[in-house]
Design a protein around this ligand. Structure first.
Ligand SMILES: O=P(O)(O)O[C@H]1O[C@H](CO)[C@@H](O)[C@H]1O
Ligand SMILES: O=c1cc[nH]c(=O)[nH]1
Length: 254
């Protein structure tokens, strides 16, 4: 019997899930969850090309201020994010920046505010298959510091807040009950999303860099802002977080 080693299989080939081959992408990739948000990244770019769209993974490439940029959607949750990250790394991506939406679990955070991640509580199943329970899910420090700088600048221009802190990655959107949300609040977690745990762990294991800037979609603790009526603020927050990620790519020559 010959067992396949998937940790190295397919490196340098057109990738099974994302449908992208080496040479078709840049060294930096912005990662929204939603394939319909990839064109929102493309609005900032010139010379845009759609490279592939398979399942939830849509990829476009273009240029921002002279730098080649890739945008690939991860889909929702850690399983598809780990696949997208693994396959992007196999075709030459060395910096991965998630541009997502995320729910705040500290009072006072408003829809559209920018949230930069300084580390993730791994409440997901995917990373348990990769590493042991105490393994930290942390972003690249220089990318994070530049994201914080850019997010603060853009947020102040746009009249929203920019906050930095710890987030949780959950697997089960509709199983986030009041006890869990209250515990996260008490422990100082700023926000919840569903992908950064896998992104950071895969990036660390494969020796590449990752970071995350999200737009606040709702606030789960102050009751002032659940999901209805947040659309315009969220849309503006997505654009601001994409701009912060693009400026980071330029500033750090990612
Ligand atoms: O808007 P995206 O990037 O998908 O991020 C957030 O939105 C989804 C849940 O509504 C999850 O994927 C969560 O992480
Ligand atoms: O996990 C998540 C992500 C976004 N919004 C939530 O309420 N939960």
């Amino acid at each position: 019997m010959r067992t396949v080693d998937k940790s190295v299989a397919g490196v340098g080939e057109r990738q099974y899930h994302i449908g992208v081959a080496p040479g078709e992408v840049s060294t930096v990739a912005l990662l929204p969850g939603d394939p319909f948000r990839v064109p929102l990244v493309a609005e900032f770019l010139t010379d845009v090309q759609e490279v592939a769209h398979q399942r939830e993974h849509r990829t476009m490439v273009g240029t921002y201020k002279g730098r080649r940029i890739t945008a690939t959607s991860t889909g929702m949750g850690c399983p598809s994010t780990a696949i997208a990250a693994e396959e992007l790394i196999r075709v030459g991506v060395t910096s991965l920046i998630r541009v997502g939406s995320s729910a705040a679990v500290q009072p006072g955070v408003r829809p559209g505010d920018l949230l930069v991640s300084e580390g993730t509580l791994r409440n997901d199943g995917t990373t348990a298959a990769y590493v042991h329970p105490g393994y930290p899910a942390v972003p690249d420090l220089p990318i994070t510091m530049e994201l914080e700088r850019q997010a603060a600048r853009i947020a102040s221009r746009e009249g929203v807040a920019s906050l930095n802190g710890l987030n949780a990655s959950d697997d089960a959107f509709y199983a986030e009950g009041p006890e869990w949300i209250e515990r996260l609040r008490r422990e100082g977690i700023l926000n919840i999303e569903m992908e950064s745990s896998a992104l950071y762990v895969v990036a660390r294991l494969r020796g590449v860099r990752a970071g995350m800037v999200c737009a606040c979609s709702s606030n789960l603790v102050d009751g002032a802002s659940l999901y209805s009526g947040t659309k315009d603020a969220l849309q503006a927050g997505w654009a601001a977080s994409i701009e912060a990620a693009l400026e980071t790519a330029v500033a750090l020559e990612l």
